[in-house]
Design a protein around this ligand. Structure first.
Ligand code: THU
Length: 162
């Protein structure tokens, strides 16, 4: 028997105001995108802003549905739109901002498992790490340097027989 240890790293900033300017700006775009979320069921609004290698920024937000599982998270809405418009351009970073109509969010929300899997596919496709910036309304901001820090042992295309 062998025991393997894996480590993840996250940078924790005390607030948005400590962030480098270009990251803070991307986070503002994510917060703005969250305002257009369609979330009549959860009242939870998430916005995502993806910076592509060519400088283009794509935003998205969560889209819910009365048939609950038919909805989609902000991260995947943005990532799939980015990929549909710029299929050959790697993602450089994604800012994710989460808000609730019911109470102020004071800590970052981390992406769900499905979104981690969707995002890591783009990291693997382009062989380029995607930086993930996470924030609530107020409070600490987390920055992960790679989706792999959030999803060790991801499923990937290499498992599929050719
Ligand atoms: N949601 C996201 O958009 N991103 C996340 O990272 C977590 C959850 C959405 C899905 C649903 O519309 C609402 O938040 C409540 O789960």
């Amino acid at each position: 028997m062998e025991k393997l240890n894996f480590t993840s790293e996250v940078m924790v900033f005390e607030s948005r105001f400590e962030l480098p300017k270009e990251i803070e700006e991307l986070l503002v775009m994510a917060s703005e995108a969250a305002k257009n979320a369609y979330s009549p069921y959860s009242h939870f609004k998430v916005g995502a802003a993806i910076l592509l290698n060519n400088g283009v920024i794509i935003t998205g937000n969560n889209q819910e549905n009365a048939a609950y599982p038919s909805g989609l998270c902000a991260e995947r809405t943005a990532a799939f739109y980015a990929s549909s418009q710029y299929p050959d351009v790697p993602f450089s970073r994604i800012a994710i901002s989460s808000h609730s109509a019911l109470k102020q969010t004071t800590e970052p929300v981390t992406p769900c498992g499905g979104c981690r899997q969707a995002l890591i596919e783009f990291e693997q496709k382009f062989n380029q790490k995607i930086e993930i910036i996470l924030s609530g309304d107020v409070g600490k901001v987390y920055i992960f340097k790679s989706v792999a820090d959030l999803l060790p042992f991801s499923f990937h295309s290499g498992y599929l027989p050719k």
